[in-house]
Design a protein around this ligand. Sequence first.
Ligand code: TYM
Length: 332
Amino acid sequence: MARVFSGIKPTGHLTLGNYLGAMRRWAEVDQHRADALFCVVDLHALTVEHDPARVRRLSRQAATLLLAAGLDPELCTVFVQSHVDEHARLSYLLECVATDGEMRRMIQYKEKAARERERGGSVRLSLLTYPVLMAADILAYGTDEVPVGDDQTQHVELARDLAVRFNQRYGHTFVVPRATPPGVAARVMNLQDPGAKMGKSEDTGPGIVYLLDEPDVVRKKVMRAVTDSGREVVYDRAGRPGVANLLEILAACTDGNPEDLSAVYDSYGALKKDTADAVIEVLRPVRVRHRELCADPAYVEGVLRVGAEKARAMARPVVDTAYRAIGLLPPV
Ligand code: TYM
């Protein structure tokens, strides 16, 4: 059975992009067909300016939402990254295999570092080494497949490169993973700025649908989505990015195809109304289950405790092998 690993970063409230691009597929497909681990990657949330209490709150919320989205601890392993020391242990070894040039070429680093500097802030060293920690997350588990949205494929490529390089230099240690992007909704765009990804870490705004938004808020955001100057509904990602984004969201929510759907509509208003309805329906069960789980925090904690134990048992032997292979003396 394939080993699958993926993660979500608690830097903001989870969005429709996280759900359609990643979480829904983890719940509907991956946990049923693979030996799958899903992780709230809280160490990654420390790579930018952060408030400790908020990171704690968002980590708990992200874990609860993963379960609300349908991850079943009987079928997969759900845990928090900082509960398993092997991630940080392996990350250091991989820093000794990666180069600083590789890190500086990462698109997300360039974008996020520029944003931090624009705000007058400084860039944490951990933002530069972020992709190495992400590679450690993946490689520690002998992962075959990494189901992620489009924006993470460059990072998974780096994990592949590091695995291959380590294996060549120090002997076969790591499985070489590959990214598995979703068919539709690989990149859900901001409703107010269809040139930008719908990202949870961005400023809150009317262009981002959060998983816990009330239905009337979702409707308002979708109805106010920026469309394009044309009139007819055509699917053209480059020329009509706003309409294309709505068609893709609708397609993802209704298991349709954006091209086919474009033929069904003759006005933006009708497209927006159906998209709003579809998003509200898709999010409804998640919101309901989230509310139930919030009433039972001991259950969520229990899931995370067992998840961390299972994850530790899987990662420890892989990371210990890497320690020996790279030349570190075994403890006596
Ligand atoms: P993060 O937390 O930004 O996003 C979690 C998942 O959601 C996907 N995603 C989207 N998909 C489509 N459209 C969008 N607008 C959108 N926004 C987010 C992401 O592609 C991702 O699959 N670095 C990772 C977390 C991570 C990780 C890992 C992932 C750390 N270690 C190891 C996989 C394996 C991140 O920041 O994801």
